[in-house]
Design a protein around this ligand. Structure first.
Ligand SMILES: CC(C)(COP(=O)(O)OP(=O)(O)OC[C@H]1O[C@@H](n2cnc3c(N)ncnc32)[C@H](O)[C@@H]1OP(=O)(O)O)[C@@H](O)C(=O)NCCC(=O)NCCS
Length: 147
């Protein structure tokens, strides 16, 4: 498996993956993020197949994790941890020092993942999500050189 910055050639694979998760992004949404100066997109690839995708938006020294997905067939094998670790190191090099994200309150796997990576709950947004309705837990992490 390889984790790396995303290119245009990865859009279809990432869209196929995003189509399998709640709140997943369309190909045009992914294209827009990839082309935006303020976005940073990363993928995990295995034998030419996109098995992980994440996207951040960056403003000054802060970033927001806007999307994250891993193929159902390879979950719980460290793909998200490797992908996010790579991405966080990369955006740190760009000057990002604080990362924020929203996660569905009922999304126990993602909350466990973020907690294991050092994110802490920083707030609650009531009824933030639709289809199905859910609250968002806001989480944040300070990026440190060796953290
Ligand atoms: C959340 C998601 C990205 C995790 O991807 P993953 O590759 O399976 O996660 P990893 O294997 O890297 O897990 C790393 C750690 O996160 C935690 N974790 C991940 N999935 C978990 C689960 N189902 N239950 C409990 N803990 C879990 C564990 O601490 C795990 O470490 P461990 O396996 O050594 O115990 C994946 O489940 C997914 O794509 N879900 C649907 C989309 C989604 O919810 N995205 C997040 C939106 S905010």
């Amino acid at each position: 498996m390889q984790t790396r910055k995303m290119t245009r050639a990865d859009i279809d694979g990432a869209a196929k993956l995003e189509a399998t998760v709640l709140d997943g992004w369309s190909a045009s949404g992914i294209f827009g993020a990839l082309e935006a100066d303020a976005s940073r997109c990363f993928v995990a690839e295995n034998g030419g197949e996109i098995i992980g995708f994440c996207a951040f938006s960056v403003v000054a020294n802060e970033a927001n994790l806007d999307a994250l997905s891993v193929s159902e067939a390879v979950r719980r094998q460290g793909v998200a941890r490797d992908l996010l670790s790579f991405a966080l190191r990369d955006i740190y090099k760009d000057g990002v020092r604080n990362v924020f994200l929203e996660v569905r309150r009922q999304n126990a796997p993602a909350i466990a993942l973020y907690t294991s990576l050092g994110f802490e709950a920083a707030g609650l947004r009531k009824n933030f999500y639709e289809k199905p309705s859910d609250d968002a837990i806001v989480m944040s992490k300070k990026l440190l050189l060796h953290g």
